[in-house]
Design a protein around this ligand. Structure first.
Ligand code: GLU
Length: 421
């Protein structure tokens, strides 16, 4: 096989290794496994933006479509200073597997712009989003590739993308993005879907591991954005003690449990967890090593490393972020018997409700929030059980089992469609 020079780095190579491991475990046709290591299509764009001081700054943006065997490309748009082509290609690959694992009729894609959205004004972000959308216009569309929010993007960014796309076509096309505001065709329940879905997989894992979810069950969450905060609300609601939370400025810790409603009210006002009363401050590294029942990394990639994996004191990890665990750390966690709900399983609730949003939009028929959440619960619980059964069949890790499950469905579809030309 020809080596690719475009994509590199530990994150990307680790994802390739996971594909290899799953392929060996399930004795997958090497032609299919080989194909999964290359994205189908990659677009690199320059995004010139007039900044508020009048000068023009050029940002680099990407949209990578990894595999579209099962349907249109699907995946978020990330705004972060850490964005690289390899990172976006890794996540596009994982979106393919995530959509296949949940048996959604969607392929895998991802996009992003290397920028620091926290240092940009609303106007700058809007201009950047609109120019980026117009640069990737030819690739996206409700039947082609459907972006969604990811780190650094939100409902407002999706609204600007939808508007720009619609302006160029000449009429409203809500189905071009998901994670939109409700007023322009978004779905109830989408905002909290990823974090809520993380909670649903924890409920299933706890049943399997015989962990009762009560006040003695402690939860630590790294990251208090859209995903981490929704996971905290869900775990608090089911009766667990959420004892520590963090954001990029640091964390807060109270061994007796934090009142999540009060934390939410504080964050709404101050835009940070820092300074929250009735809790000690703690940094992000210390937070991961706290003794707890369930650790939820809900921030960015590569947070659990070979250095801190031996020191973690949790029974279970639910990966709300994408790729929060490095390859070497993953092996340490396995050796230590820590139960890991892998990212493509734990955080699949987001893209599942994105799929619901897309379906509701196509039918112009919208569901109430209870319907969305009930359907989400059924899909998350069934998919968890499918991965668990695969793990028991192959006696492998839950991560490999999730990959195997995803690749079983996808490879059948790829082989049925056949090879062109
Ligand atoms: N960005 C989210 C993810 O990584 C959601 C993608 C989507 O809804 O399309 O799964």
């Amino acid at each position: 096989m020809q080596e690719t020079k475009l994509f590199s780095g530990e994150l990307y190579n680790n994802a390739l290794k996971q594909i290899d491991l799953a392929a060996q475990t399930m004795h997958l046709d090497p032609n299919v496994a080989g194909r999964l290591k290359y994205p189908k299509r990659t677009l690199i764009v320059s995004v010139p933006v007039r900044m508020d001081d009048g000068h023009i700054k050029v940002f680099e943006g990407y949209r990578v479509q990894h595999n579209m065997t099962l349907g249109p490309g699907k995946g978020g748009i990330r705004y972060s200073p850490l964005v690289t082509l390899s990172e976006i290609a890794t996540f596009a690959m994982q979106m393919t597997l995530k959509c296949s694992l949940f048996q959604l009729p969607l392929g895998g894609a991802k996009g992003g712009i290397r920028c620091n959205p926290n240092r940009m004004s609303r106007g700058e972000k809007q201009r950047m989003t609109r120019r980026f959308t117009s640069e990737i216009f030819n690739l996206i569309g409700p039947d082609k590739d459907i972006p969604a929010p990811d780190i650094g993007t939100d409902e407002q960014v999706m609204a600007w993308m939808m508007d720009t796309y619609s302006q160029e076509v000449g009429f409203a096309i809500p189905g071009v993005v998901t994670g939109k505001p409700i007023e322009i065709g978004g779905s109830l329940g989408r905002r909290d879907a990823t974090g809520r879905g993380v909670g649903y997989t924890i409920l299933e894992a706890a049943k399997y591991l015989n962990i009762s979810l009560d006040q003695n069950t402690t939860v630590v969450i790294q990251g208090y954005g859209q995903v981490g905060s929704a996971a905290a609300r869900k775990m608090h609601k089911v009766g667990c003690s959420v004892i520590a939370l963090s954001d990029e400025n640091g964390g807060i810790y109270n061994p007796k449990g934090l009142d999540i409603e009060k934390v939410d009210a504080y964050v709404k006002e101050k835009r940070t967890l820092s300074g929250y009363p009735n809790a000690d401050s703690i940094n992000n590294e210390e937070l991961l090593e706290l003794e707890c029942t369930i650790l939820i990394p809900a921030a960015i990639e590569e947070q659990i490393t070979k250095d801190n994996a031996p020191k973690l004191k949790c029974k279970m990890i639910a990966e709300a972020a994408n790729s929060p665990t490095t390859g070497p750390a993953d092996l340490i966690l396995q050796d230590r018997g820590i139960f890991v709900i892998p990212d493509i399983l734990a955080n699949g609730g987001g893209v599942t409700v994105s799929y619901f949003e897309w379906v509701q939009g196509l039918q112009k028929f919208f569901w109430d929030e209870k319907d969305v959440n009930n359907r989400l619960f059924t899909i998350m619980a069934n998919t968890f059980q499918k991965v668990l059964a695969t793990q028991q069949k192959y006696k492998c890790s839950m991560r490999t089992a999730a990959y195997v499950s995803a690749m079983e469905h996808l490879s059948r579809a790829m082989l049925l469609r056949g090879f062109y030309p």
